[in-house]
Design a protein around this ligand. Structure first.
Ligand code: SF4
Length: 464
C-alpha cells in the first residue's frame, strides 16, 4: 500500500507530498531529498530507543515506563528552578503540553535557535509572504546568509526557483537569483549575482544599500569594510527596485553574525522601504521542521515567543536572562528537561559542562550527545510518521499531518501523550508533603532479574 501526502519531519520546508511504501519491513519514500530519507530510515534503525532508560552506576539501563515517569516527575517537581527546553522536532501539540508543565511548575520554558529572527521581527515588523505566493509571484529571490541547496534541498525546487508559478510560467527563466554569502556555496554558484561580502559585515552592507536607496552615496570606506564594490551594491539595488515581486530569504548566516537581531531588524526595514518601488517580502529559511511552531504556540498561549519564565506564577520574557544559554552560563537552573532537541551540540562548552552537572531528563528517538549525558531517557515517537499533529512550516503556515504507522510503544502513543502522562504525575505530587522521603514506587530495571523497590530519594541521588 502506498501512503500519500506524508509530511517530512526534517527541515522547515515540511514537504507534504511524500509518498511512502513499506516493502519487506523497509521504507521506500518518493519525492524526498537525501536529508529526508535518512530520517525515514531512522524509524526502523536498530539504534532507536525502544524503552525508557535510567542512568545507574554511570550507565543508561532499561527501566519500567512508570518508574521512569515517576523519577522524571520527582526531578522536575523538586527542582527550585527547572528548565524545560523544547526542540523543534516534535509537534505543536507536544509544545503546548510542555509549556503547560512549565507554567504549573513555575519553570523556565525555552527553545533554542531563531531567537534573533523573532526579536528582529518584534523590532521592525515583517512584510511576509507564504512560499506559495513566492512560487506564483516572485521574479527576484535573494538568499542572504543561507545555502538552501544544501540545507533545505527542496525549497528551491518546490517554491523558490525552479517551479512554474502563475506569474512565472517559465520557472527559473522567469526568475533572477541573488545570493549574499561570504562563501562560494552551491546556491551562490547557481545564482545570477553572488555578492561575496566579508564575514560579519552584513549590517554595514544593508546600511549601505539603504543609503543608496535614499539617493545618497555611502562613505568610500564601506568597500573596505564589506569587500563589496559600490557598483555591485548599485547593481543589486537596481535589480531589487525593478522587479515585479521580490523576496529575501534570510538564514542563520545573517541572524548569527555580529549584530544578531539588529541585522534582521535592518533587513526588514530595507524590505519595508523597497515596497515604495516594488512588492517586496522577507522570510526565514528555518533549518528544522517545526522551528516556527514553538514561537507560534508560546505566543498564542502566553504572549511571548520564547524564553518564558513562570517563576512568579505569570509569564515573564527577557531574552538574555530567561534564555537557555544565559541560564546555563549563570548556573541559574538546577534541573533540565530536554524535549526532542540535541541541546548539548548547540550550546557553548561552559553551558554543556553545566548541563552535565544537573539532573537531566531527555525525550528523544535516537542517541545523540544530549542523551549520552542524560539521567533519564524517555523514548520518542516520530511525529508525522507514527502520530498525528501539526508543524508550522518555514513561512508560518500550519501543516497538519497524519501518520502511516502506529506508535511502536504500548505505553505511549505520541510525544504529546508522554508529556500528558508526565503532567498528570506531576500534578499528583502537589498533595505529597515530601516527595523525597515519602514517595515509594517500584522501579523495574528491565535487564535486572530482581525488581528493585526503592524510594525516589535514593534513586534521585543515584542519578545525580
Ligand atoms: S526539503 Fe526538508 S522537508 Fe523537504 S524532503 Fe528534504 S528534508 Fe524533508
Amino acid at each position: 500500500m502506498i501512503h500519500k501526502n506524508i509530511v517530512c519531519p526534517v527541515c522547515g520546508a515540511a514537504c507534504d507530498d511524500i509518498q511512502v511504501e513499506i516493502k519487506n519491513g523497509k521504507i521506500e519514500a518518493k519525492n524526498v531529498c537525501k536529508m529526508g530519507i535518512s530520517r525515514f530510515n531512522e524509524i526502523t534503525s536498530p539504534r532507536r530507543f525502544k524503552q525508557p532508560l535510567l542512568k545507574f552506576g554511570g550507565k543508561l539501563r532499561p527501566v519500567s515506563w512508570d518508574g521512569a515517569l515517576q523519577i522524571a516527575a520527582d526531578i522536575l517537581f523538586s527542582a527550585k528552578r527547572p528548565l524545560i527546553s523544547i526542540g523543534s522536532e516534535t509537534s505543536c501539540e507536544a509544545h503546548e503540553v510542555g509549556l503547560m508543565i512549565g507554567e504549573y511548575l513555575g519553570a523556565i520554558v525555552d527553545t533554542i535557535g531563531n531567537g534573533a529572527t523573532v526579536m528582529g521581527t518584534q523590532e521592525a515588523g515583517k512584510v511576509g509572504a507564504t512560499e506559495g505566493q513566492k512560487k506564483n509571484r516572485a521574479d527576484l529571490l535573494v538568499y542572504w546568509g543561507t545555502n538552501p541547496l544544501e540545507s533545505m534541498p527542496r525549497q528551491m525546487s518546490r517554491y523558490g526557483v525552479f517551479p512554474r508559478g502563475y506569474w512565472t510560467k517559465r520557472g527559473r527563466f522567469d526568475r533572477t537569483i541573488i545570493t549574499v554569502d561570504p562563501r562560494k556555496t552551491l546556491t551562490a554558484k547557481a545564482s545570477d549575482l553572488h555578492v561575496q561580502l566579508k564575514p560579519d559585515s552584513d549590517y554595514e552592507l544593508i546600511s549601505a544599500l539603504l543609503t543608496l536607496l535614499h539617493g545618497k552615496t555611502p562613505h568610500h570606506s564601506i568597500e573596505k569594510i564589506t569587500g563589496v564594490p559600490v557598483s555591485v551594491m548599485e547593481e543589486m539595488l537596481n535589480m531589487m527596485k525593478n522587479c515585479n515581486f521580490g523576496t529575501i530569504s534570510v538564514g542563520v548566516g545573517l541572524s548569527s553574525s555580529p549584530g544578531k537581531y539588529r541585522n534582521i531588524e535592518i533587513a526588514m526595514n530595507l524590505v519595508k522601504e523597497l515596497n515604495k518601488y516594488s512588492k517586496f517580502t522577507i522570510g526565514v529559511i528555518r533549518s528544522n521542521c517545526n522551528a516556527a511552531g514553538f514561537n507560534q504556540v508560546a505566543s498564542y498561549m502566553y504572549g511571548y515567543p520564547f524564553g518564558l519564565d513562570f517563576m512568579r506564577g505569570h509569564p515573564r520574557y527577557n531574552p538574555g536572562e530567561f534564555t537557555t544559554v544565559d541560564l546555563l552560563r549563570e548556573k541559574d537552573v538546577d534541573a533540565a528537561f530536554i524535549i526532542c532537541a540535541d541541546l548539548l551540540s548547540q550550546v557553548p562548552p561552559d553551558c554543556a559542562a553545566y548541563l552535565k552537572e544537573i539532573p537531566l531528563i531527555c525525550l528523544d528517538t535516537i542517541p545523540c550527545p544530549t542523551t549520552s549525558i542524560s539521567d533519564i531517557v524517555l523514548p520518542g515517537v516520530v511525529d508525522s510518521m507514527e502520530c498525528e499533529g501539526t508543524f508550522y512550516r518555514l513561512d508560518d503556515v500550519p501543516i497538519y499531518f497524519e501518520p502511516f504507522l502506529d506508535s511502536p510503544f504500548k505505553f505511549t502513543q505520541s510525544n504529546e501523550d508522554t508529556l500528558k502522562q508526565l503532567f498528570e504525575i506531576i500534578k499528583g505530587k502537589q498533595n505529597q508533603d515530601s516527595i523525597y522521603q515519602d514517595s515509594i514506587f517500584p522501579v523495574t530495571y528491565i535487564d535486572d532479574p530482581k525488581t528493585q523497590n526503592c524510594s525516589s530519594g535514593s534513586q534521585i541521588s543515584s542519578v545525580q
